[in-house]
Design a binder for this molecule. Structure first.
Ligand code: AMP
Ligand code: TRP
Length: 345
């Protein structure tokens, strides 16, 4: 990975690095995981598993910041966890758990709420976007989403947060909140940094190359889900919008082709330049047919592994329980220090 790091520090006295860097990231089980989640986030988690001390969380408290069907939510939580494993997260190397199973997240979020100025929160662009799209009421939880995310990250003295481009602002506010707390009450938190790749940090919708591929897009044709079958993949790629002209080129004025080429390049493990050369003079149709094959082949082993994991639910429960047992002492220690510094009980 060509790492683009958004910040220079990411370390503090609490976490000086003879140790492996502490990594925390998560996905909300608010819908089905798509190739944007994989390309922007999960593949990097897998890539650095050996070199880092990783925690990958299923952030269910974030999911309920927008309305969820309670019967489906439970299933989605386990689906996301199973997909982490199916994508290559190894529970012997990384800790996986469900956010709401550890009550320290909600408690730290409350304390951080009390040091976070409302003016900082009003600048959050994801809140502005999501609240405009929200048909029902806009909840306080949605507004508070970045503070809960700050709590997730800061509880574990995290150094690095591997995410897609859309989460950059949330990691920045996390840094601001941590600095403010540390300077007002005393050193409690490591200052984390976002780790965002230069390629694929923002995979776009197949139906609108100017909007990001998103779990909450009401049009399922815009996203390729990790559990889509071959017919669905072929169909979605066949009807994906393309740019005018015929050239298979990843230029700025060809955002649709640029997006398709990025997907092809990452999932097919071939450079964009090599692909542009190979498809020179070849129409979109053939390019798209090949891309569909690449995506189907990429998804095949993930789906096979997912089905195996899904059938042994006891195993998944065990992985999540073990993950929780390993992370709780760390979050406990941070929270105890925070409570002490703030003067709580
Ligand atoms: P979310 O789907 O919002 O829960 O995002 C989970 C992770 O996937 C975060 O690290 C996001 O930045 C990343 N992500 C979500 N959508 C995309 C996308 N379209 N392209 C790249 N990364 C994405
Ligand atoms: N907000 C993130 C997203 O939608 C999910 C998330 C919640 C997260 N807590 C986190 C990501 C902590 C990284 C670290 O993508």
């Amino acid at each position: 990975m060509d790492k683009k790091e958004d910040a220079i520090d990411g370390e503090s006295e609490l976490n000086m690095s003879t140790k492996k860097p502490a990594v925390f990231s998560g996905v909300a089980p608010s819908g089905s995981l798509h190739i944007g989640n994989y390309i922007g986030a999960i593949r990097h988690w897998v890539e650095f598993q050996d070199k880092e001390d990783n925690i990958f969380c299923v952030v269910d408290l974030h999911a309920i910041t927008t309305p969820q069907d309670p019967r489906k939510l439970k299933e989605k939580i386990y689906e996301v966890a199973a997909l982490y494993l199916a994508c290559g997260i190894n529970p012997d190397k990384s800790k996986i758990f469900v956010q709401s199973h550890n009550p320290d997240h909600a408690q730290l979020a409350w304390i951080l709420n009390c040091v976070t100025p409302i003016g900082w929160m009003r600048r959050m662009t994801q809140f502005k976007d999501k609240s405009q799209k929200q048909k029902e009421i806009v909840s306080m939880g949605l507004f508070d989403y970045p503070v809960l995310m700050a709590a997730d990250i800061l509880l574990y003295q995290t150094n690095e947060v591997p995410v897609g481009e859309d989460q950059k602002q949330h990691v920045e506010i996390t840094r601001d909140i941590a600095r403010r707390f540390n300077s007002r009450f005393g050193e409690a938190f490591t200052i984390p940094k976002a780790v965002i790749d230069t390629t694929g940090a923002r995979i776009m919708s197949l139906q609108n190359p100017l909007a990001k591929m998103s779990k909450s897009d009401p049009n399922p044709d815009g996203s390729i889900f990790l559990l889509d079958d071959a017919d669905a993949v072929q169909h979605k790629i066949r009807i994906a919008v393309t740019d005018s002209g015929k050239e298979v080129k990843a230029s700025e004025n060809k955002p649709a082709l640029k997006n398709l080429l990025t997907i092809y390049s990452v999932l097919g493990n071939e450079s964009v330049e090599a692909l542009e050369e190979r498809y020179q003079g070849v129409g979109y149709r053939e390019f798209k047919a090949d891309l569909a094959e690449v995506v189907i082949e990429f998804l095949r082993p993930i789906q096979k592994k997912y089905r195996e994991i899904w059938e042994s639910r006891g195993y998944l429960d065990d992985v999540l329980r073990r993950g929780l047992e390993m992370v709780r002492p760390v979050s406990h220690e941070t929270l105890a220090r925070v409570r002490e510094l703030v003067g709580l009980g």
